[in-house]
Design a protein around this ligand. Structure first.
Ligand SMILES: Cc1ncc(COP(=O)(O)O)c(C=O)c1O
Length: 381
């Protein structure tokens, strides 16, 4: 289908093409010098001590859990209003994801108060999700974590280039995990990055990412090592040089790309408040610097969301839903209903939320088309 305005679009140019071609010409395709350079640049970008490139953010979250010693018998508290990968990563370790509610229909991030209420003697960690690239209340979350001796994982899949009080999201907790999937602010097609200030966590992740081996093929090629030991049952969660080359170029586009996203969000806010006031827009509060990954809007309570989305589609506008809440999925309500917690804010927001198109190459005119289409779609409901 030809969309007049798609939900998201990539921002790739000749620089990415040349960087990937250079890797192909070099003849070294797997994890090596380009990945190391990407990691160093990403560490500088976030001002985190260690950045490790991982095959995707789901794998990064899995490694984060393992490196923090999360396993069978443990509980990890996270929001249900997230992509299922956040919860899956916890489940892979044998631990139980425990869902807690979000702050409010205005701030769609994990509520510190709900976290505190969900803590039991089995709780080992808190996994926050910086929804759409807007910051969770990290000072309060960290205070709770310290009080109860819990570790903190940041699912920063949406938050490339976002910060709170000048500190990059993904560097507040023990570990932060970023996604470079095809629709993200920085894309390597598939890919991710794990950031930490803790050298022991970094070393565990480095080993687990590559089969539990103590050296890489690259180290042996460079003559730095001739053999290896296997010190843990690890995984193949490595990044390759083609993707890293793409990532290095994409990283350079983040400041201008995120700034353009911010301008588009401001335009949406202005036009929607004038033309479609019935649509409410979360994240009104000033809290840090967002990466503006997506543009969520809330329909009036009781509206038929699918009728709205169908009408937008008929007008050539692609919309989406972030997210069907994880605790409502068949696999989750059956597997993890041992401690059902009511999540009224999550359920309300999930019923009303629609995501409007947002990407840095979007024009002001296209924002106008989306706003007019939303007006038409709402009148018809
Ligand atoms: C909040 C969140 N967490 C985790 C992920 C998983 O990222 P990846 O696709 O890189 O594994 C995504 C991807 O969309 C996401 O949106």
């Amino acid at each position: 289908m030809e969309w007049r305005v798609p939900l998201a679009d990539v921002n790739l140019g000749p620089e990415e093409l040349e960087a990937v071609s250079a890797v192909i010409r070099s003849g070294w395709l797997t994890m090596g010098a380009v990945t190391q350079a990407f990691e160093q640049e990403y560490a500088q970008f976030t001002r985190g001590a260690y950045a490790l490139a991982i095959t995707n953010a789901t794998a990064a979250l899995h490694l984060a859990c393992l490196a923090l010693g999360i396993g069978p018998g443990d509980e990890v508290i996270l929001p249900s209003l997230t992509f299922v990968a956040s919860a899956n990563a916890i489940g892979y370790t044998g631990a139980v994801p425990v869902f807690a509610d979000i702050e409010s229909p205005d701030w769609l991030c994990l509520s510190p108060r709900a976290v505190e209420a969900a803590i039991t003697e089995k709780t080992k960690a808190i996994m926050v999700v910086h929804y759409a690239g807007y910051a969770c209340d990290m000072p309060t979350i960290l205070q709770i974590a310290r009080k109860h001796k819990l570790t903190v994982i940041e699912d920063a899949a949406h938050a490339v280039g976002a910060s709170l009080n000048g500190k990059a999201l993904g560097t507040w907790g023990d570990v932060g995990c970023f996604s470079f999937f095809g629709n993200k602010n920085l894309t390597t097609a598939e890919g991710g990055m794990l950031v930490t200030d803790n050298p022991e966590i970094a070393e565990k992740v480095r080993v687990l990412r590559s089969h539990g081996m103590t050296t890489l093929t690259w180290d042996r090629f460079k003559g730095h090592a001739s053999t290896y030991d296997v010190v843990a049952q690890g995984y193949n969660y490595r990044m390759d040089e083609l993707r890293s080359a793409l990532g290095r170029e994409q990283l350079k586009r983040i400041p201008s790309g995120n700034a353009r996203r911010g301008e588009l969000v401001a335009l949406y806010r202005q036009l929607l408040s004038e033309e479609v006031p019935a649509l409410s827009l979360p994240f009104q509060e000033e809290r840090g610097q967002s990466s503006y990954h997506i543009m969520p809007a809330l329909l009036p309570a009781g509206s038929d969301k699918h009728a709205f989305m169908d009408s937008m589609k008929a007008q050539g506008i692609q919309t989406s839903w972030h997210y069907p809440p994880v605790h409502r999925f068949s696999a989750y309500k059956d597997a993890y209903n041992c401690r059902p917690t009511p999540l009224p804010v999550t359920d309300e927001v999930a019923a009303r939320e629609v995501t409007l198109p947002l990407y840095p190459t979007m024009s002001d005119e296209q924002v106008g088309w989306v706003v007019q289409a939303a007006k038409t779609a709402l009148v018809a409901l």
